[in-house]
Design a protein around this ligand. Structure first.
Ligand code: SIN
Length: 484
């Protein structure tokens, strides 16, 4: 029915301790493009989540005792299997999430790349020997896995957001439990099937799928056997999960919301800026935390940029992601309603729609790629994370003004600017209060780079050598009595 080369990749129940667990109740996974049922999945809850945590705890001693090299061999097999099955994995991803098939293929390669990268980086977990103040003592620093890692991952990247957490955790010697979003459990379960085929031992990688977000979340954030909790999702939910983690003082890392500025200075290559804005805004129908949220254009090039950008947006095709469209559906009809409200409230405040601005005839979950002008930084469309395919354009006159405008948000995840002035590139990169800055580049994500935010966009980093540190504890060992 789903035209998979390997139908065994479509799994419909949780993967705990190396086996597939069905439950009494079930839920439907829907295709956001059509509303059709893609699969009926066993509805796990808090008891299965508890079981997964206990399994991860039981597997911890065995997994952490393996050498980094032994873990890397298994992770490399997992990477190879993901790439060998890229077509099926991307088809499953598009069916449950809606993004265009080409983007889904990109996501599978992106997710797999974290597994490959961390498998290697796990071999470079170095400790230290620190010169001691006393001649008869030595100061040693060990780095050790934090223990069981629990995570909750979002629907917008059903593969890659799991891969980049799990890869770092497994490479560090931790075991892992994930509760993927209930809208998109199938990609996570397909990853589990491939982890099993790769020979990752039972209990090391567990996936619990179910609709009881609150009950499952409580287990993952409060269980005493969980040492670290990691979440990707909204800032509002992240704050309450951090609070829940407090009772057992877990190590937490949070990848939360964003409100990315995209600044076009008057010395920019305007064609490159247009392409960068298209890439960073309309990827995944605007549903990424790093999507451009506010486009600031310097007054002198406002008309030129707006005309070229509008022509480029007009070329984007909208429709079912399996049929070659560039803009797929949004995840749900209520997500479209949220965007409609932001647009309507901003029009009421004085913004003008110059392109799009409506639900699309392609279906209930489709919103047209949209451009708003005459926007100010305090309008709802600029003050909130849009998470949809809408570009608000705001004009500015000078560098100091735009830096102040860009920074006036509680978020601090991604930011972008286009300029060819080397002095400005340094100045603006240093002054933007964001964890990530794309300079003359709209796509900045990459396994070797530290992905993460400051302010209310989160804490911790994913990807890169810094991302591995988030899964390691530092232990100080003092050896004394050496002169006796
Ligand atoms: C996200 O939306 O949180 C992830 C986007 C990315 O990894 O590029």
């Amino acid at each position: 029915m789903h035209k998979l080369k390997d139908s065994q990749l479509l799994k419909c129940c949780s993967y705990i301790n190396g086996s597939w667990h069905s439950s009494d109740s079930q839920f439907d996974v829907l295709n956001p493009a059509s509303g059709a049922v893609v699969a009926v999945v066993s509805n796990a809850g808090a008891p299965e989540t508890e079981l997964a945590v206990r399994s991860a705890k039981a597997a911890l001693a065995m997994w952490s005792a393996k050498s980094a090299n032994e873990r890397a061999v298994l992770m490399r097999k997992w990477f190879d299997l993901m790439m060998e099955n890229q077509d099926d994995l991307s088809r499953i991803l598009t069916l449950e999430q809606g993004k265009p098939l080409g983007e889904a293929k990109g996501e599978i390669a992106y997710g797999a790349a974290f597994i490959e990268w961390f498998a290697e980086e796990g071999k470079r977990v170095y400790g230290d020997i620190i010169p001691s103040a006393a001649g008869d003592k030595r100061i040693l620093v060990f780095k050790q896995p934090v223990g069981v890692v629990a995570s909750i991952t979002p629907w917008n990247f059903p593969n890659a957001m799991i891969a980049r957490k799990a890869a770092a955790a497994l490479a560090a010697g931790c075991t892992f439990v994930v509760r993927p979003a209930a809208q998109t459990p199938l990609s996570a379960l397909a990853m589990a099937e491939l982890a099993e085929r790769a020979g990752i031992p039972a209990g090391v990688f567990n996936v619990v799928v179910g609709e009881d977000a609150r009950g499952m979340g409580k287990v993952l954030t409060q269980h005493p056997d969980v040492a670290k909790f990691t979440f990707t999702g909204s800032t509002a939910v992240g704050k309450s999960l951090i609070a829940q983690c407090a009772s057992t003082v877990k190590k937490v890392s949070m990848e939360l919301g964003g409100n990315a500025p995209f600044i076009v200075f008057d010395d920019a290559d305007i064609d490159a800026a247009v392409q960068g804005a298209i890439d960073s805004k309309y990827r995944n129908a605007g549903q990424t935390c790093v999507c451009t949220n506010r486009i600031f254009v310097q007054q002198d090039v406002l008309e030129q940029f707006t005309d070229k950008f509008t022509m480029a947006v007009a070329k984007l095709t909208i429709g079912n992601g399996l049929d070659g469209a560039q803009i797929g559906p949004m995840i749900t009809s209520s997500a479209v309603s949220d965007v409609e409200k932001l647009v309507a409230d901003s029009i009421a405040a004085g913004a003008t729609v110059i392109f799009g601005g409506k639900r699309d005839p392609a279906g209930e979950n489709f919103y047209q790629p949209t451009i708003l002008t005459n926007v100010t930084n305090d309008m709802p469309i600029a003050a909130n994370e849009i998470f949809g395919p809408v570009s608000p354009i705001i004009s500015f006159t000078d560098e100091a003004e735009v830096i102040a405008l860009a920074n006036s948000t509680e978020y601090g995840l991604a930011s972008y600017f286009y300029s060819r002035d080397i002095g400005r590139i340094w100045r603006v990169s240093e002054r933007l209060e964001f964890g990530m800055v794309g300079v003359n580049e709209g796509i900045i994500s990459n396994p070797a780079a530290p992905f993460g935010g400051i302010k209310q966009s989160g804490s911790g980093r994913e990807g890169s050598k810094y991302g591995l540190d988030d899964y390691l504890e530092i232990k100080y060992v003092c050896i004394g009595g050496l002169n006796k």
